[in-house]
Design a protein around this ligand. Structure first.
Ligand code: URA
Length: 439
């Protein structure tokens, strides 16, 4: 098939045929189409969109670009996936908690994408293996109730290629590309219960509520048509969800929550998503019962013990469960101070994500190496009162140059005003096949 002609069709806003979409996906999976042509088509899709039929065709073609699993994990295999956020490490909180309650979580996670962080990078920052042979992955889920891996070469390989290209070609924020990326992996991995965390706000891939709602509905619809039990929560990303941003730092944040030493929005959203996961997995009768079970697993240390088992099973350093403070260590540790007194009026969370990338916590090019140590810990939230010179955040940097670059971005990202400002919203709505419930 003539690839420039496919690019041209989408450039002029025409709907692609099923055959054209197959050629695109096959070319990405077996790498017979060069990156520059794939990238050109990605940009044309980003600019001109896809209709519902094209998006469904793209998702199914991507799912079928590799193995389609029917996993035997001794229960209903469930998975959760986020559209991506900043300081958003719900996976490391809710996977151990849900597994401690009896769920079977066969989780496929991603690396950082654009300004957002990725669970795989966080796990690797403490030495965990994120690539397991399929049989070992399933055995681990049967034995300890959870396993979290990156994308394998066998599952949805087309997404693996396209994900890395989107990360570095400014083509992340596209409804059909996000929906097909997420749902192709969930369909291929055989998850029967799927919970989607669709972010809304200044750090979300789709910042406005309408776009996020449309994305959630599209993904719930694709999953339901494929016979899966799917629900989505729309959750806030108008500031980093947890206070810690960066790879080792976010592991620290998750461990401290599971140790009962901290709480806040990261725990609130993790419990809400976890309660949905227990429900679609048939472990809880409804989200209320699910949340009560999760709170018990938090209080009795079951979640922390499960995290320890997960880290051990995947070859990581389980001592972080006893000494999370050891994860906050970099050559430069320095506060960024508020330039004036006032109220935190707004945060440009995307810019905060790029500040973390500037420090080395994310990639600017496909081949960049992540620095696991770097990032920052926020010392304030939207609505807080700050005096002049009070710390906005503490930065963990590898050198003076990256510290200075990140400091400049953080000062631009955090807006200080005078009017009282309410805290950011955390949970906006739930989307199920039955409809939308707004909160
Ligand atoms: N997560 C994914 O796996 N893909 C996207 O496109 C966005 C978030």
């Amino acid at each position: 098939m003539n690839f420039p002609a496919i690019i041209a069709d989408k450039k002029f806003g025409r709907a692609l045929t099923g055959e054209q979409i197959e050629a695109f996906v096959r070319g990405a999976a077996d790498k017979t189409v060069p990156d520059y042509q794939l990238s050109a088509l990605l940009m044309a899709i980003r600019l001109n969109g896809m209709d519902a039929r094209e998006t469904a065709d793209l998702t199914l073609a991507m799912a079928r670009s590799g193995d389609m699993l029917h996993p035997d994990v001794g229960g209903i295999p469930v998975d959760k996936h986020s559209t991506g956020g900043v300081g958003d490490t719900t996976t490391l909180v809710l996977v151990p908690l849900c597994a401690a309650c009896g769920a079977k979580i066969a989780k496929m996670s991603g690396r950082g994408l654009g300004h957002t962080g990725g669970t795989v990078d966080k796990m690797e920052s403490i030495g965990m293996r994120t690539s397991l042979p399929e049989a070992d992955f399933l055995r681990q889920v049967r034995e300890i109730g959870c396993a979290v891996v990156g994308q394998s070469a066998e599952l949805a390989p087309a997404d693996k290629t396209l994900y890395a290209l989107r990360d570095t070609t400014a083509t992340v924020d596209s409804l059909p590309l996000i929906a097909s990326s997420i749902m192709s992996k969930k369909l291929a991995s055989g998850a029967q219960g799927i919970v989607l965390d669709v972010k809304v706000g200044s750090g979300a891939i789709m910042p406005d509520y309408a776009g996020s709602l449309a994305l959630a509905k599209t993904m719930v619809d694709i999953g339901t048509r494929a016979g899966r039990n799917v629900s989505a929560l729309l959750t806030g990303m108008d500031e980093p969800l947890g206070s810690h941003v960066g790879n080792m730092l976010e592991v620290k944040d998750a461990v401290e929550i599971l140790r009962g030493e901290s709480a806040g929005p990261l725990l609130t959203v993790s419990l809400a998503l976890g309660a949905q996961l227990l429900t679609v997995g048939g472990v809880a009768a409804n989200p209320e019962e699910g949340e009560a079970m999760l709170r018990r697993a938090l209080a009795d240390g079951g979640g922390l013990e499960k995290l320890r088992q997960l880290i051990r099973a995947q070859g990581g350093d389980e001592s972080v469960c006893d000494h999370p403070e050891a994860l906050a260590d970099a050559p430069i540790v320095r506060d960024v101070a508020a330039p004036r007194a006032g109220v935190i009026a707004r945060m440009d969370t995307t810019l905060l994500g790029y500040a973390a990338q500037e420090l080395g916590a994310g990639r600017r090019q496909k081949t960049d190496q992540i620095d696991p140590r770097v990032g920052f810990i926020m010392r304030c939230r939207v609505g807080d009162n700050l005096s002049a010179g009070a710390p906005i955040c503490t930065v963990y940097a590898a050198n003076e140059e990256t510290f200075a670059g990140a400091q400049q971005m953080i000062l631009r990202a955090v807006e200080i005003g005078d009017a009282p400002t309410p805290p950011s919203r955390l949970i906006y709505a739930m989307v199920t096949p039955q409809g939308v419930t707004e909160y």
